[in-house]
Design a protein around this ligand. Sequence first.
Ligand SMILES: Nc1nc2c(ncn2[C@@H]2O[C@H](COP(=O)(O)OP(=O)(O)OP(=O)(O)O)[C@@H](O)[C@H]2O)c(=O)[nH]1
Length: 247
Amino acid sequence: MDFRPASSVLNLRELKLELALSLLEQAGYPLPPRAEAASAVLLQSVIDGLCDLSLRDALTGLANRRHFRAVLEREIDRVARTGESALLLILDIDHFKRINDTHGHEAGDQVIQAVGRRLAECVRPMDTVARYGGEEFAIVLPNCQPTFGLVVAERMRAAIQGLPVKLRSGQNAHLTVSVGGAFAPQWVRSSVSLWMERADLQLYCAKSEGRNRVCLEQTPVSSVTAEEKGMLFGVGTASEAEAAADE
Ligand SMILES: Nc1nc2c(ncn2[C@@H]2O[C@H](COP(=O)(O)OP(=O)(O)OP(=O)(O)O)[C@@H](O)[C@H]2O)c(=O)[nH]1
């Protein structure tokens, strides 16, 4: 085993340290002075900075899709072990294309940033807000009782409705959002994709019922799919799972 400091073992050119440093400087990460180049302290802060950067959405600074899916994975594990409720919300800005078309793409970006900031203000420190796609956000609320779910989702919807975004042009953009949500099935090891699908279905309902509304899956405990029953009972196919669940 070689216990020499990293700087003498590694070829710094191969490490592409300059590229990493300029990426982090651009993103506004605090770094130790360059005089400490190649020190263990600098290398560690570059590694920490790059890890953090890889988990964040560049436009909003919120969790990105990769990070969010990892958080959901952990939450599914916790709900299966503890039986605690957890709520997943998917929130989509209504008629966002009109904002781009009317005010331009840069204004659209400003709106996405403002919505992200507002959502982050509406949640507890233990919750995770992510920008999941273009004008779509996802929020996971661990330890969220079903009775509280609708309250918090409504609070978010109302917070965005009451937020006129001041654009650089001086104009105000008035927004609404549609929200779909589903609870993780308690005591069951579901999957990220199934949970997302359930919440997405509710978002689709909110959009098709007229937008600017919240739709939550009604039956968090009994609405376990055949696939999830399969995971619970450890059987192979959906039909085997249904048979096992009926026994
Ligand atoms: N400015 C900006 N626009 C984006 C970004 N990502 C996606 N978009 C735009 O978001 C728009 C989404 O439009 P649609 O999927 O038709 O949805 P919508 O207009 O919000 O309509 P509904 O969701 O049905 O209410 C498209 O015009 C995309 O080009 C982004 O990062 N910045």
